[in-house]
Design a protein around this ligand. Structure first.
Ligand SMILES: NC(=O)c1ccc[n+]([C@@H]2O[C@H](COP(=O)([O-])OP(=O)(O)OC[C@H]3O[C@@H](n4cnc5c(N)ncnc54)[C@H](OP(=O)(O)O)[C@@H]3O)[C@@H](O)[C@H]2O)c1
Length: 322
């Protein structure tokens, strides 16, 4: 079977479509024929050597996808061959087939297609965590969402709106404004240089926002603090683009709270994975949130998907079709 590996740490040139051994269903695992694999910004970080350093190269990239169970290992009771399943974190998902621990899998409801399910497992669960557990958005709250037309950004904007919150989005180019607005951002700031705080303060009558969601690297960090109101919450989540460096806690103004949110804290048990995805799928089924597909690529073109995402030109979800 074919899979996309990274031969070594580096740029997109280290990615290669290769032949791999067919996976077999080990005890507790399910082999899935992958219909769609999600591309996530973290995959770029893995390729650049920021994570998974304990896994030797060459290794298959990708963590997310959806497809159909084709073999079930011993000890798996809740799934059978033919079930449509999706998963959020199974390293090695840029492949035609993959053996995945049953505990990482959820069944996909009939009303949801494979591409849609694959699109929300990482970015949707992340967005749901940010707006519920990390900072439970209240009706009337105003949030600043960075990279508002991206995969996390579009879903987060919709979930905040669903909870009665209002959204100011920040995107890097005019091309993305309409997309962020369509998701529900009532004001969209175009900025790629970290110069957005004054705009946020102006739009909020000088008050600032209740919460800022920032995974956009060191350039936006100071502006995000400046854009917060007193006792506001800073949800920081961008390990790939990097943090601000060491922070002096006594330098933090306005009684703000800062934390590093990771979706793993949202779904750290199988029961939570089932509950959180059930909620996401219900929101999709009843039309509360919609998924924007920004690009569909053949598996062989995974490197192009990475290059497009890193170019800041993409909106919504990028998918690979094996
Ligand atoms: N903590 C967690 O659990 C978790 C989970 C999922 C994702 N994340 C993080 O969430 C962020 C978004 O991830 P995603 O998968 O949804 O990707 P995405 O938002 O679809 O794409 C990344 C976005 O980041 C911005 N960007 C790209 N390169 C950049 C650069 N060099 N400098 C500044 N901004 C750049 C671009 O938006 P603009 O050009 O409009 O600014 C781009 O659209 C990433 O930082 C990712 O690491 C964290």
């Amino acid at each position: 079977m074919k899979a996309v590996v990274m031969k070594e740490v580096g740029g997109t040139d280290v990615m290669e479509l290769v032949d791999c051994a067919e996976p077999v269903a080990q005890p507790g695992h399910v082999v899935v024929e992958i219909a769609a694999a999600g591309v996530n910004f973290m995959d770029i970080g893995v390729r650049q050597g920021m994570a998974w350093t304990e896994i030797p190269n060459p290794k298959v990239l990708g963590v997310e996808g959806a497809g159909r169970a084709i073999a079930v290992g011993d000890g798996v009771d809740e799934l059978e061959v033919g079930d449509r399943v999706a998963w959020a974190y199974a390293p090695g998902s840029y492949a035609q087939r993959h053996s995945i621990p049953a505990g990482s899998l959820v069944k996909i409801p009939d009303a949801i297609d494979d591409a849609t399910a694959a699109s929300v497992m990482m970015q949707g669960l992340t967005a749901s965590h940010f707006a519920t557990d990390f900072y439970p958005v209240q009706a009337g709250d105003i949030a600043l969402v960075h990279a508002a037309a991206g995969g996390v950004g579009l879903l987060l904007t919709q979930i905040i709106r669903l909870k009665g919150g209002r959204v100011i989005g920040r995107v890097s180019s005019e091309d993305k404004v309409a997309c962020a607005r369509k998701a529900g951002a009532e004001h969209v700031i175009v900025d790629a240089e970290g110069q957005f705080a004054d705009d946020v303060l102006r739009v909020t009558g000088g008050e600032g926002v209740n919460v800022v969601y920032d995974g956009s690297g060191p350039k936006t960090f100071k502006g995000s603090i400046d854009a917060l109101r007193r006792s506001g919450t800073f949800c920081w989540y961008g390990p790939v683009l990097g943090g601000p460096g060491p922070l002096d806690i006594m330098s933090l103004p306005k009684s703000i709270k800062i934390g590093y949110a990771t979706f793993m804290d949202h779904v750290h048990t199988h029961a939570l994975l089932l509950a959180r995805t059930k909620q996401l799928f219900e929101w999709i089924e009843d039309g509360s949130i919609t998924v924007t597909t920004g690009g569909v690529y053949p598996l062989a073109d995974a490197a192009r998907a990475h290059a497009d995402m890193a170019s800041r030109a993409t909106t919504g979800k990028l998918l690979l079709i094996p």
